[in-house]
Design a protein around this ligand. Structure first.
Ligand SMILES: [Zn+2]
Length: 220
């Protein structure tokens, strides 16, 4: 019954050995995949689902709706909420606190109210996708200070910056399109909790992202 190469094994032992090896393989597989399994991505998936409970539109469409269409179809001008979810919460405004002086540090801090209580919470914010608000070329800068994992999207006129990311979805020099996922929200660099720090620059001058639709579609 057992092949010639297994002369000392009874059928029962062979079965047990096979089961043990399968079990070991399973454990190794679990161990190898656990960093991904326990990452906040799974939590985010649940959080995202919660965000769209009661929504009449499919999740993805609603997220696109959060970013909104580019005014005049001009995808080279930044526009919209880079988190692209209606439950985005402004946790620090333009030109105040660590965003002063605005000419240097101007930007908005955005987080997500995942549980619908009206306040941002880490569970709903961690690892949320971050969308480019205009077309450009990605500059990817890991481990900067104070921006942590930082991406800038630049074109001939505009630069947008996305700071404190958990991880990147694009590489240095990659052309990105408006609405493309470029990274995921984290708390890297000078940050007390997961949020996106978002900046808009026009011809090298810092601008208030609110003037570029960053808070539109929020709170619906
Ligand atoms: Zn900030």
């Amino acid at each position: 019954v057992i092949g010639d190469g297994w002369p000392n094994l009874t059928r029962g032992r062979a079965i047990l050995l096979t089961l043990a090896l399968l079990g070991l393989g399973y454990l190794l597989l679990q161990t190898n995949t656990s960093p991904v399994q326990i990452s906040t991505w799974r939590g985010n998936a649940a959080g995202s689902a919660a965000l769209f409970v009661g929504g009449s539109i499919a999740g993805e469409a609603q997220m696109q709706g959060g970013l909104g269409p580019a005014p005049g179809g001009n995808v080279d001008v930044p526009f919209g909420n880079p988190l692209a979810v209606s439950r985005t919460v402004l946790t620090q405004g333009y030109g105040v606190g660590s965003h002063a002086p605005a000419s240097i540090w101007g930007g908005l801090d955005l987080a997500v109210d995942g549980d619908g209580d009206g306040a941002a919470d880490p569970e709903g914010t961690w690892d949320m996708p971050v969308y480019a608000t205009h077309n450009g070329i990605a500059q990817v800068r890991p481990n900067t200070w104070p921006g942590g994992n930082y991406i800038a999207v630049t074109n001939s006129v505009y630069k947008t910056a996305y700071a404190h990311l958990a991880r990147f979805a694009v590489i240095e020099g990659q052309p990105v399109a408006r609405g493309q996922i470029i990274g995921y929200v984290g708390s890297t660099g000078q940050s007390s909790g997961p949020h996106l720090h978002y900046e808009v620059w026009e011809n090298g001058v810092n601008r208030d992202p609110t003037d570029f639709g960053a808070l539109e579609g929020i709170g619906r």
